[in-house]
Design a protein around this ligand. Sequence first.
Ligand SMILES: C[S@@+](CC[C@H](N)C(=O)[O-])C[C@H]1O[C@@H](n2cnc3c(N)ncnc32)[C@H](O)[C@@H]1O
Length: 223
Amino acid sequence: MMERIPEPELMNEEEQAKAYAFADFSAAHNSFVDLFREKFPDIHPAFNDVVLDLGCGPCDVTRRFAIAYPDAGFHAVDGAFEMLKHAQHLNQRQGFIPRIKLIEGSIPGVTFPQQQYHAIISNSLLHHLSDPVVLWQTIQQYAKPFAHIFIMDLVRPVDEQTVKFLANEYAVNEPDILKSDFENSLRAAFTVDEVRQQLNETDLTNLNVEQVSDRHMIIYGII
Ligand SMILES: C[S@@+](CC[C@H](N)C(=O)[O-])C[C@H]1O[C@@H](n2cnc3c(N)ncnc32)[C@H](O)[C@@H]1O
């Protein structure tokens, strides 16, 4: 089994953030929303609470979520100013400014506008964290009783050969910077067993961990 190779937490390089903001993540990001719907059929499309999105980047997932749940509001958090710059621009261009509030800050340590949330989502943040426990502790701290938690992230492949195979399969037409980002993210990702271990250590064992594709897992449940 390949050892984890962490990558820098924040995506604050101008060129990297731009390439990420303009990449086409529609397949993975639509499946994020579809899987949320499938796992939480009790959340009505007219759900009108505020959703906390951790590590929102350019808010592509947030906007897709906002379309699926047209009455929901969003607090979208990221530590990288370069990413939030694109989020602000894209949210404005697509008319989401009234519904998506951007918050610049890194977890742990950032203060959110609300003390508790009914739904917390996060896509592709976990593998960026040098200490993954901070994500689980943030969720513990900010979840309302019976909050809906839905996290998606990459699964670390077994070996370098599989990293290259996946990069060829899913990032071959992307700019070089994005392709190498994807490879580094796969190397920095956790395995399903490691995530289960993290949940054990933080008393979040009622969250489910499920591998949903050759490169993604979801961690979800009501806490
Ligand atoms: C791979 S991007 C995912 C962005 C977005 N969720 C998406 O799916 O398109 C990871 C984001 O997490 C942010 N990030 C990394 N560590 C963070 C931390 N400790 N606190 C807040 N944001 C962080 C990075 O700056 C980056 O924008």
